[in-house]
Design a binder for this molecule. Structure first.
Ligand SMILES: Cc1cc2nc3c(=O)[nH]c(=O)nc-3n(C[C@H](O)[C@H](O)[C@H](O)COP(=O)(O)OP(=O)(O)OC[C@H]3O[C@@H](n4cnc5c(N)ncnc54)[C@H](O)[C@@H]3O)c2cc1C
Length: 431
């Protein structure tokens, strides 16, 4: 029987907070959302001496930060050719460097805070679903090596068995710099780190409304929350795919998209080694992507956008079977393997599929990680905290154009997702 439960949460307890503690009347900064973005920012701000209050409508790590694949990947969602055409070489180079720095940032925090989250530099493998996708790998390796001095390795089909126990693909591309970790243990560790640094975290505290307000003539913000009001000088919105009505301008720029994961029973060691001889983080080259990896205890964790809508009981149940079929297609060896867990979470896509940080209507924010958020959310949280503290850190994603829906035809309710899902399936068939 498949449990509708996040496997990662069976491996860790989140830091306890005091539910009876009242909100303070005032603080320097309110951080909305206790995932990687918010907790990383809170840790940095508190360490700089700011009085920081983290407001989380559910519990620490409740959002995507405890539910993801734990793949800490180099690069961004968009390919390098597309990025250069959008931003030019110089900015793309800085973006690429920031994406690499974001992985170092995770590694540094894990070491500084002694977070036991099974972090390993095991590298990632992208596998080509079509010959044309494999041909494009060679072009990418050349440009990334030449322009960004970062080495990737092509794996031809004849050698792919050294990387993956599947005959499905036309070849692969390896980046040794990517990392794997246990995402729930990582967000729990970030939570402890923020608390130790002096941040106050208020769980089950939903921010319902934010308005400009002075306090003793100081300009700032009054937040109405499910636990009463609070005045702060600055607000940092870190709500990702769960961005809602409290920040309507941001909500209109974010498309929440569901992603789903299954985890099998624990596999025998020889089978686990056959499926993933080098323990890579793996994903394929389709638009309707599959991503998969072994967990530290040798389960196959297999994820994908089985349904485009954000998670609900219905989409999670349907996803379990869709993903199991996908997994067996990749790995026929798992035909009789039991699937023990299925869960889902919500990704945040901007209309240009880019991360965005900056200020909107005076509120600081960082969103738009498009499924590449473990490292980037941590990193942007830290950079935005430094900006809020009055520093001027280099951040190539801060202030880039942040497009809304074409013709403004979007009010935060993604009615077009079934069409988008069909469109991506069509593109996969076509290209
Ligand atoms: C199934 C899945 C697989 C993924 N796999 C990967 C992967 O392998 N690698 C990778 O890099 N990325 C992956 N991602 C993406 C990554 O998990 C996210 O980009 C990252 O966790 C975003 O962190 P965050 O802190 O910004 O947001 P979240 O962790 O989503 O936190 C946002 C929080 O804001 C809270 N909130 C929202 N509104 C309010 C309000 N009004 N008041 C108070 N609190 C509020 C929510 O309750 C939530 O806890 C995946 C995501 C999913 C869903």
């Amino acid at each position: 029987m498949v449990q509708e439960q996040n496997y990662w949460l069976t491996t860790v307890a989140m830091p306890p907070t005091d539910p009876s503690r009242a909100l303070p009347e005032t603080a320097d900064v309110a951080v909305i959302g206790a995932g990687y973005t918010g907790l990383s920012a809170a840790r940095t701000l508190a360490a700089k001496g700011a009085k920081v209050v983290v407001l989380e409508s559910e519990t620490i790590g409740w959002g995507a930060s405890s539910r993801n694949g734990g793949m800490v990947l180099t690069g961004m969602k968009l390919g390098v050719h597309k990025l250069i055409s959008m931003y030019g070489r110089e900015r793309t180079e800085r973006m690429y460097a920031a994406a690499l720095a974001s992985i170092d940032c995770v590694e540094q925090i894990v070491h500084e805070e002694s977070i036991a989250c099974d972090l390993a530099r095991c590298g990632h493998l992208e596998v080509a679903c079509k010959q044309a996708h494999f041909d494009d790998y060679a072009r990418q390796v050349e440009v990334i090596g030449r322009e960004f001095h970062h080495a990737l390795k092509i794996v031809p089909r004849s050698e792919l068995r050294s990387e993956i126990g599947s005959n499905l693909y036309f070849g692969g591309m390896v980046d040794e710099s990517s990392v794997g970790l246990n995402p729930a243990r990582y967000v729990a560790g970030l939570g402890w780190a923020a608390l130790r640094a002096g941040a106050c975290v208020h769980e089950t505290t939903r921010v319902e409304h934010i308005g400009r307000a002075n306090h003793h003539r100081s300009p700032g913000w009054r937040l109405e929350t499910s636990r009463g009001p609070l005045w702060v000088r600055d607000v940092f919105v870190a709500t990702s795919g769960y961005t809602g009505r409290a920040t309507p301008a941001l909500q209109k720029k974010i498309i929440p998209i569901g992603s789903y994961i299954i985890a099998t029973e624990v596999l025998p060691e020889p089978l686990a080694r056959e499926l993933s001889p080098r323990n890579r983080m793996i994903y394929d080259s389709k638009n309707y992507i599959y991503y998969y990896r072994l967990t530290p205890d040798n389960r196959m964790l297999f994820g994908g956008r089985a349904a485009f809508f954000p998670e609900s009981g219905d989409t999670i149940r349907k996803s379990a079977e869709i993903l199991r079929r996908g997994m067996v297609e990749v790995y026929p060896q798992l035909r009789d393997t039991r699937v023990e867990f299925v869960w889902g979470g919500t990704l945040d896509f901007a209309f240009d599929i880019m991360p965005h940080a900056g200020q909107i209507d005076g509120l600081y924010y960082s969103v738009g990680y498009a499924g590449h958020g473990v490292a980037m959310a941590t990193y942007q949280g830290q950079l935005m905290a430094r900006r809020i503290a009055g520093e001027n850190p280099q951040n190539p994603f801060d202030g880039i154009p942040f497009p809304g829906a074409p013709l403004g035809l979007y009010n935060g309710k993604p009615w077009f997702l079934p069409f988008a899902g069909a469109y991506y399936k069509f593109l996969d068939w076509l290209s």
